[in-house]
Design a protein around this ligand. Sequence first.
Ligand code: AMP
Ligand code: MG
Length: 277
Amino acid sequence: MSGRVAGKVEGPDYRVFPGSPVRLAEIDPNETEGYTRKKEVLPELESLRKRIRRLHEKLYAENKRGLLIVLQAMDTGGKDGTIKHVFTEVNPQGCRVSSFKAPSAEERNHDFLWRYHKSAPAVGRIGIFNRSHYEDVLVVRVKNLVPEEVWRPRYRMIRDFEWTLTHNRISVLKFYLHISKDEQKRRLQSRLDDPDKRWKFSKNDLAERERWDSYQEAFEEAINETSTEHAPWHVVPANKKWYRNLVVARAIAGALERLDPKFPPAEEGLDSVVIPD
Ligand code: AMP
Ligand code: MG
C-alpha cells in the first residue's frame, strides 16, 4: 500500500464524496493501514515532505494557482502538530498559516466569511487555516452563539465561498483530524503532566469536552453538507499522530501533483549571456 508508483500518491482514500455521507462513529480513529510503529512510515513521510517542498517551489515560481488547506479537529486533535510535521520542509516564503480564535468586535461587525476571505492565499501560495470558517457552524452551533436560522444557511455560503476560491485558481483541501474521546483524555492529561505543554491546557477544554457528542454531530453534518467535488473533506484517522501526518502529507502531495505546476520558461537567449566581471 505504501510507497510511490510513477508519481502517484498511494494509500487509502479518506475523501468524503458528495452523495455518500459519512458517519463519524463508524470511522475508526485508530486505523493505520496495518502499520504499528512510527519508524515504519517515516521514510515515506520524509519523501512526501520533499515532494511537497519541490511542488510548492514550482507553484510559487509559476504564480498562477494557489492552495488552501483547512484543518479542523476536536481540541487536542492535532492541528498544530500536523502543521509542524507536514510542512517542515516548505519554504516559509510562499506559505502562511492563519489561526482563528473567537472573532474580534470588528470581525463580528462583518459577514462571518470576511476574516477568512482576507486570509485566503493568493496565487503562488499555500495558505493553511488552523481552524477556519467551519468554526462558524461548529462552536457557534454547539454553544448556541447564534440561532439555527443564522448558522444553518452558512453551509450554503461556505460551499459558495469555496466554489468562488476554486474558480479563482485557489484549490481547497479540507481535513478533519478524527480522534476518539479517550485519546483526547490521554492528550489532555499529558498537557497537564508535561510542564512544556501546560501552556496549551485551558480549563475551558474540559467544558468543551463535555460537549463531545454535540461537536461530533456538528462536525458530521458540516462535513456532509460541505463535501463537494471541488473542495473535498478528508476524514483522517488521527489517534496515531504519525499515521495522521502520513495521510495528510499524501493528500497534499497528491493535490499539488494534480495541479502540476511548472517553472515559468526562461527568457530567450540566456545561453549567450556572459556575466561581466
Ligand atoms: P485554540 O485553537 O486552542 O487557540 O482556541 C481557539 C478558540 O477560539 C477555540 O476555543 C475556538 O472554539 C474559538 N473560536 C475559533 N473560531 C471561533 C468562532 N468563529 N466563533 C467563536 N469561537 C471561535
Ligand atoms: Mg486549545
